[in-house]
Design a protein. Structure first.
Length: 132
């Protein structure tokens, strides 16, 4: 059964994982994405709340959708939650990124960074869903 608490906790876990992921890949991502950076090497839009608001809404949508799907499929264990989430990210989200980035002429490294987050972040969301 989908609960708001499950959606929020799992979504926040996926969002927090993204914060760590993009901290690790910050320089590579900035170069590959073409996002303007300041003298400190950080994106110039870092102070804007807009990307953070969009990202938290996005992970909550992913979380709610996965909670709904897991309930329908009877996904209840940590391992199945993680692998199901990983599969969703790797087989649904990442290929769409690759398609879009390929036509946009974006560097493949950007696909790997963003697609990696889509896959592993979805895995984290899926695992947490089974714990809440």
């Amino acid at each position: 059964m989908m609960t708001l608490l499950t959606v929020l906790v799992a979504g926040l876990a996926g969002w927090a994982f993204g914060a760590v992921w993009y901290s690790v890949f910050a320089k590579s991502w900035s170069v590959a994405s073409g996002v303007p950076v300041g003298a400190n090497g950080r994106p110039t839009n870092r102070a804007s709340p807009k990307p953070y608001v969009i990202s938290i809404i996005a992970v909550m949508i992913v979380s709610a959708t996965m909670v709904y799907a897991f309930d329908m499929l009877g996904t209840e264990t940590f391992g199945k939650g993680f692998t199901s989430g990983l599969g969703i990210g790797a087989c649904f989200a990442a290929p769409w990124l690759a398609l879009s980035y390929g036509f946009a002429g974006r560097p493949f490294k950007l696909t790997l960074i963003d697609g990696g987050y889509a896959a592993l972040g979805s895995g984290v969301i899926g695992a947490v869903i089974t714990l809440v």
